[in-house]
Ligand binder design. Structure first.
Ligand code: COA
Ligand code: AMP
Length: 633
């Protein structure tokens, strides 16, 4: 309906109390809120103050109470184990209540933190819901992170208990999780009292006596637990994400605002109806997995698919079409990199023809900029709307999208369409002054932020203010740069900091530089994100060796690659480090990372006026060319 978006968007900005107050009627409250929005202490915004609710109640119990217990809530589809398992809402509720009972028996209660280090198995979803059922706070750590990253999160969140599994499966490989967990606990200063380990049949883990409990035994000995009402403003989870240093930021999500915003998006943004089948191909360790594999679809009464596999290789590039057809998914959400991987293996889309995709209505992409080629390929092959939408761990739900449930706009390739109601997106210059339509600047959001967006950083209000709220007073800084055109379409072009996006995974090059700099032979270094036809970006290390080092460059490069893998994890995909004679710098000594990145990508560049020695750029150009940059498809 023409004009519906404009009117809803305006109401969300001009009268957020009325807009979100109405959306909150779709959530079950044990006690109604006193106030919708409390923005009295900016830059903080608190939603549904005084209200009491419970996330698990809204995701499970209320559907069962309404007579929908027989509907499938969760489909676990695992090509790597040849398993498909279905859980009705009633079955999932029973398993969540049972595991919540096990956690409660170990002393977990309201406000306690529980870290989950889990592969993509139903027990990951069950554990998340069980934690919030008790009013405790989970922090899921992505399985592709190394022990060191897990240790950092253990020390920051100080969990009472950790839930993990014996192993994950990556394609054909079994990745033992328990040794990583043990190494992380050994390294961390904070020691959890208990670990509960889910033993997978393909690899059993040795349990540490006195600390570790077997999942099945823990459940067998406990009584199911009921939902614990919590305040709407109480945290539901902490999710760590890359910042500009090696220390990750603990994004804190509230409870009431989270429920209201996520449920609203399923209807208005994704345009779904309760009972339909929805699939997000991501990982529960990322925000996309939290919001759109677990919480939003269950809050809205959908059937959600949990997929333990890859877009290619499990077994082939037709895996996505098989899952969509077999389970009757009407829409799916993934990262553009997954579609680039499929296109590379099956450019004509031949494998698609083997599957009945007639129920499939729309494809949603996010996590990185969607290049127009991938968008057009997906549109051409699937013949359904392909929606690029922009968001961040911090925002919890999309900032900018083509809201199919409100009003469908025509797609402009390269744009994430228009701001989602609730987000007053603006483009500003360095002085926080709005720029003209079409001009590039910093993408910011005017405060207050909508419900479900980050509340603060875990026990670090000062870090929250400094990271997001200080550079542009009155606005939230996204860290992204881009423009809004004359039609109001948002184009997200690049980051303004050292964050890169590798296969839709957010990583900090600064964190990698810290690791390289620790190698005894490295005098100075830079890590830049270079364009990659499959993963969007890949990190590339450039190192100057200390005078007198005579060992082979290849050997040293191999060592730093291993150091990054050991410290951050395989997910960093740091595979290349080059030794160079010198690094280009400004006269004040700032390394020109942006200029090197343009050289590596074969883009035109203008050396800054403050460059110390322009001749170094030629040297770097030759070195990169010799190493095969720019990378082409
Ligand atoms: N546990 C342990 N290791 C993991 C892991 C996990 N949960 N997830 C990834 N890894 C490892 C991989 O095995 C790989 O290790 P390797 O260097 O030993 O091969 C490394 O981390 C990089 O993984 P990934 O980025 O997934 O690359 P890939 O080459 O295995 O697959 C794609 C490439 C494009 C197929 C894959 O990235 C993909 O499916 N992306 C989908 C997008 C997505 O899920 N985005 C999340 C945000 S929406
Ligand atoms: P994460 O917090 O891991 O979800 O990563 C968030 C970052 O990914 C954003 O700040 C952007 O830099 C990038 N991003 C996510 N979605 C998009 C998109 N649709 N277009 C462009 N960049 C995106």
């Amino acid at each position: 309906m023409s004009g519906r978006y404009d009117s809803l968007f305006r109401q969300s900005i001009d009268d957020p109390n009325a807009f979100w107050g109405a959306a909150a009627e779709d959530i079950h409250w044990f006690k109604r809120w006193d106030r919708v929005l409390d923005a009295d202490a900016p830059p903080f915004s608190r939603w549904f103050v005084g209200g009491e609710t419970n996330t698990a109640y809204n995701a499970l119990d209320r559907h069962v109470a309404a007579g929908r217990g027989g509907q499938i809530a969760l489909i676990y589809d695992s090509p790597v184990t040849n398993m498909v398992q279905r859980f009705t809402y009633a079955e999932l509720l029973a398993q969540v209540a049972a595991f919540a009972g096990a956690l409660k028996a170990q002393g977990v209660g309201k406000g306690d933190r529980v870290i989950l280090y889990m592969p993509m198995i139903p027990q990951a979803v069950i554990a998340m819901l069980a934690v919030v059922r008790l009013g405790a706070i989970h922090s899921v750590v992505f399985g592709g992170f190394a022990a060191n990253e897990l240790a950092t999160r253990i020390d920051d969140a100080r969990p009472k208990l950790i839930v993990s599994a014996s192993c994950g499966i990556e394609g054909q490989r079994i990745i033992a999780y328990k040794p990583l967990l043990d190494a992380a606990i050994a390294r961390a200063a904070h020691k959890p009292e208990r670990c509960i380990i889910f033993q997978r049949p393909m690899e059993k883990a040795a349990l540490t006596a006195g600390r570790d409990l077997d999942w099945d035994e823990a459940v067998a000995g406990a009584a199911p637990a009921e939902c614990v009402p919590v305040l709407a403003t109480d945290p539901s989870y902490i999710l760590y994400t890359s910042g500009t240093t090696g220390i990750p930021k603990g994004v804190v999500r509230d409870t009431g605002g989270h429920l209201v915003a996520l449920r609203w998006t399923m209807e208005h943004l994704y345009g779904l109806k309760p009972g339909e089948v929805w699939w997000t191909a991501s990982d529960v360790g990322w925000v996309v997995g939290h919001s759109y594999i677990v919480y939003a679809p269950l809050l809205y009464g959908l059937t959600t698919i949990l997929y333990e596999g890859k877009p290619v290789g499990t077994p082939d590039a037709g895996a996505f079409w098989r899952v969509i057809a077999e389970h009757g998914a009407v829409s799916m959400f993934t990262a553009p990199t997954a579609f680039r991987a499929i296109r590379k293996e099956d450019p004509e889309g031949r494998l698609m023809a083997r599957h009945d995709l007639s129920k499939f209505r729309a494809l949603f992409l996010a996590g990185e900029r969607c290049d127009p080629n991938t968008l057009e390929w997906a549109e051409d092959k699937l013949k359904v709307p392909v929606i690029d939408h922009w968001w961040q761990t911090e925002t919890g739900f999309p900032i900018s999208a083509n809201c199919l449930g409100i009003e469908r706009f025509s797609v402009k390739p390269g744009s994430a369409t228009k701001p989602v109601p609730g987000w007053d997106v603006q483009v500003v210059d360095a002085k926080a002054k709005p720029v003209k339509p079409g001009e590039i600047g910093a993408l910011v959001m005017k405060l207050p932020l909508p419900p479900g967006s980050l509340q603060t950083l875990w026990q670090n209000d000062a870090g929250f203010k400094k990271s997001y709220m200080t550079d542009y007073p009155g606005f939230y800084k996204t860290g992204d740069a881009g423009y809004i055109d004359a039609d109001g379409y948002v184009f997200v072009m690049s980051r303004t900091d050292d964050i890169i996006n590798v296969a839709g995974h957010r990583l900090s090059t600064g964190a990698m530089e810290e690791i390289l700099a620790n190698h005894p032979d490295v005098a100075e270094c830079a890590v830049i994100g270079v364009a990659d036809p499959l993963k969007g970006q890949l990190p590339l290390g450039l190192m100057v060796l200390k005078a007198g080092v005579s060992r082979s460059s290849q050997e040293i490069a191999g060592e730093v690659v291993q150091m990054v893998r050991d410290a951050i994890g395989p997910v960093a995909a740091f595979k290349t480090a080059l030794v160079v004679e010198r690094l280009p710098k400004t006269r004040s000594g700032k390394i020109l990372r942006g200029t090197m990145q343009k050289i590596a990508d074969g883009e035109t560049y203008r050396p800054p006026a403050t460059i110390d020695d322009p001749a170094i750029l030629g040297e770097i150009g030759d070195r990169l060319k010799g190493a095969g940059y720019p990378r082409k498809e």
